[in-house]
Design a protein around this ligand. Structure first.
Ligand code: PLP
Length: 377
């Protein structure tokens, strides 16, 4: 059988061939430690600097504001725990109800350490109302973390409006942008955030590399202790090949945007239209407009999402977040959106990527429709 049509780009993306080409010499030929002062070290340091400049340019930051990490989970842990440590003493933290575990778990850990935690609800589209967030703020609120876009339903949060609320009160704002960087334009000044998490493998770099944007002047201390790499915020010898790959992926998507977002949107909407035309009662989860251009989280009537994906073997997609796809429990995101149990059980996340063709979409829609018909017959 041919490879199934890959519609799981929110879980991870294939490594872009140009990224691989630019990375391989740093595995095969160049081995220097960027801290060494001889020519091998200087070449590695220059490669890391070039990557830093590319990642910074992609999000409107300065190179000195980029900290390379091992993944977006690490970036968000560094953001929350590093700021909490720098501020000394338990304070108040606010997160949204639809955060990825990369934020939810460190927030819960901070609560165990004496911080108070408010989890702000979302509406039925998965969106935070800035008025609700404002109500949650207190005189001792030190940190707010609201994701830029949700990995399951794709809803984009009103981060700019939230930034106006936090900044006027001197509160540090973090956003988990693992799902937006590489799909839509992201600019840290437009968003008004102090910290922003990036995942390389969501936009054509390999797994195992990420970055944290740290606005100049943000209070933050390291959570790992060692030598002085990454301005001491992420000590440990830099992973030069993966950092090079992240920089290459950043340059590629910067060239491809904004046309890329339009292409993703066309493919996503084509897929949704083909399915909706053939399947009466198909429902969209997530915001109809404020949504990632590549994500269609759909509830298929009368079937379970798991059975549908098993039946439609020609399609590789997920039930919700890839991290939870082994479990049948209703996802925390859908529960927060108050999606009823039957609708949640029938849901599937379809996420297209830059290489998804119109023909892929037609064939995937056909496979899903045929599978659904067999199951409900
Ligand atoms: N945040 C969001 C929104 C994600 O979608 C993911 C990955 O699924 C992560 C964080 C964690 O990324 P990583 O597994 O690269 O640490």
């Amino acid at each position: 059988m041919n490879q199934p049509i890959y519609l799981d780009h929110n879980a991870t993306t294939p490594v872009h061939p140009d990224v691989l080409d630019q990375m391989l010499p740093w595995l095969r030929d160049h081995f220097g430690n960027p801290s060494s002062s001889h020519c091998h070290g200087r070449a590695a340091a220059q490669a890391v600097l070039t990557a830093r400049e590319s990642v910074a340019a992609l999000i409107g930051a300065t190179p000195a504001e980029i900290v390379f990490t091992g993944c977006a989970t690490e970036s968000s842990n560094l953001a929350l725990l590093g700021v909490a440590q720098a501020l000394r003493g338990p304070r108040h933290l606010v997160v949204s109800a639809v955060e990825h575990p990369a934020v939810m778990a460190p927030a819960a850990w901070l609560r165990e350490q004496g911080w108070s935690l408010t989890v702000v609800d979302v509406d039925r589209f998965g969106r935070v109302d800035p008025l609700d967030l404002e109500k949650a703020l207190r005189p001792d609120t030190a940190l707010v973390s609201v994701m830029h876009a949700n990995n399951e339903v794709g809803t984009v949060q009103p981060v700019e409006q939230i930034a106006r609320l936090t900044h006027s009160r001197g509160i540090v704002l973090h956003t988990d942008a693992a799902q937006t960087v590489g799909k839509v334009s992201v600019d840290v000044d437009t968003l008004g955030v102090d910290l922003l998490s990036i995942a390389g493998h969501k936009f054509g770099a390999p797994k195992g590399v990420g970055a944290l944007y740290v606005r100049n002047g943000t209070p933050i201390t390291p959570i790992l202790h060692g030598a002085g790499q990454e301005r001491s915020l992420r000590p440990g010898t830099e992973n030069v090949p993966l950092i090079v790959a992240l920089g290459a992926a950043a340059r590629l998507v910067q060239q491809a945007l904004p046309g890329l977002a339009d292409t993703l949107l066309q493919r996503r909407d084509q897929l949704h239209r083909l399915l909706a035309d053939a399947i009466p009662g198909l429902q969209l989860n997530g915001h109809p407009e404020h949504r990632l251009p590549n994500t269609a989280h759909l509830s298929f009537p009368g079937v379970s999402g798991r059975a549908l994906l098993q039946e439609a073997a020609e399609v590789a997609a997920s039930l919700g977040s890839a991290c939870h796809s082994a479990s049948d429990a209703v996802s925390g995101v859908l529960a927060a959106m108050q999606v009823d149990a039957a609708r949640a059980a029938g849901s599937v996340r379809l996420s297209v990527g830059s290489a998804t063709t119109s023909d892929d979409v037609t064939r995937a829609a056909d496979a899903l429709v045929q599978a659904w018909r067999r199951l409900v017959a």
